[in-house]
Design a protein around this ligand. Structure first.
Ligand SMILES: [Zn+2]
Ligand SMILES: [Zn+2]
Length: 340
């Protein structure tokens, strides 16, 4: 099969590799669509923290936001899976430790992250393997494009749910990339009053199209120093945003952190003490995947406007360098069809 691998910083190789075979408990999937995200850019550029801790070494086969059709199953797996469209969790816990046994497989110390850490090739290939217990069936009512958005959507849904807000409460989202815009869509579906701030004018246009109630530039949020939100989600990669978040939320409110900046973001911890704030970190989509599937399947959230273009494996390196396609639409998410 064909696979794309990062072999050194800024160096990609696309080549024929041995075909995969489903082992005990696994599904073999023909990949139909893959999203690329900030993590892939970091892995490509050699900047991902996992390289420094040797959790990831070259070559890395990218791709952790994906959908495809099951073509065969390993022993112990029902053949009923064959022909079904599936996506999968990225975080494969060991299944034996205390965290795995209490359902927090995504926090397992010895977890594999598909397409990110060593040892499990990602979906930028003709085929991918997924253990049955980490596979999710995708209902027919979800398009292929939307299905490849389930992984980022799981992260966004968890972020919105972590705010604890109910109808009509005010949520500010900092960052209008894929995670921020998807969070805005879930927040709208939950009937929150949704405010979003982003630097890119095209992203703000898109937020408007999605029906977000109030849209700002980051500078506008910085210059209005009032506390005026019940909760704030930082979905940016800007190290100054967590500080801004704790300064804009009402006393007693919540700040949810899902963005990761390249450099540490420092906050004055006296602020959350004196304002009685709750700060929550969100790692991984895992507990949010089924919820995201349900929102997409019911039509309550449709993420397709967030997709800018669908490219072949050959064009991936160019986009990871930060280029955009000639016919790219304004959405922040680039999709890959490995069959092209
Ligand atoms: Zn991702
Ligand atoms: Zn474990």
């Amino acid at each position: 099969m064909k696979a794309l691998r990062v072999i050194a910083p800024h160096q990609i190789e696309i080549k024929e590799v041995p075909d995969l075979v489903a082992d005990i408990g696994q599904l073999l999937v023909d990949v139909e669509r893959v999203g690329i995200c900030g993590t892939d850019v970091e892995l490509y550029a050699g900047e991902m923290a996992y390289y420094r801790s040797s959790r990831t070494t070259y070559p890395v086969q990218l791709g952790h936001e994906w959908v495809g059709t099951v073509v065969s199953v390993g022993s112990g797996v029902s053949s009923g899976w064959i022909g079904k469209r599936v996506t999968g969790d990225t975080m494969l816990g060991c299944g034996k430790c205390e965290r795995c046994l209490t359902g927090k497989t995504y926090l397992c110390d010895s977890r594999i992250e598909i397409g990110i850490t060593d040892g499990w090739g990602g979906a930028l290939a003709s085929q991918i393997l997924i253990p049955e217990k980490f596979a999710f069936e995708v209902p027919d009512s979800i398009s292929i494009a939307a299905a490849a958005m389930i992984e980022p959507a799981g992260n966004s849904l968890r972020s919105v749910e972590a705010t604890g807000l109910v109808e009509n409460q005010k949520l500010l989202i900092l960052g209008a990339g894929t995670i921020g815009l998807l969070a805005a869509q879930f927040a709208l579906a939950k009937k929150l009053e949704v405010h979003i701030a982003g630097n890119r004018a095209t992203a703000r246009e898109l937020a408007k199209e999605l029906g977000v109630h109030h849209i700002y530039s980051i500078d506008e949020v910085k210059s209005n120093s009032k506390r005026q939100f019940d909760a704030v989600i930082d979905a940016s990669n800007d190290d100054s945003m967590p500080n801004l978040a704790i300064d804009r939320v009402y006393p007693g409110g919540r700040v949810v952190l899902i963005g990761l900046s390249e450099t540490p973001s420092l906050i004055d911890t006296r602020v959350p003490v004196l304002q009685d704030l709750t700060i929550v970190g969100i790692l991984s989509a895992s507990p949010g995947l089924q919820g995201a599937i349900n929102y997409f399947a019911s039509g309550a959230v449709n993420p397709e406007l967030l997709i800018s273009e669908v490219i072949s494996l050959e064009d991936v390196a160019d986009r990871l360098e930060g280029n955009r396609g000639e016919n790219a639409k304004p959405g922040p998410k680039i999709h890959v069809d490995p069959r092209l």
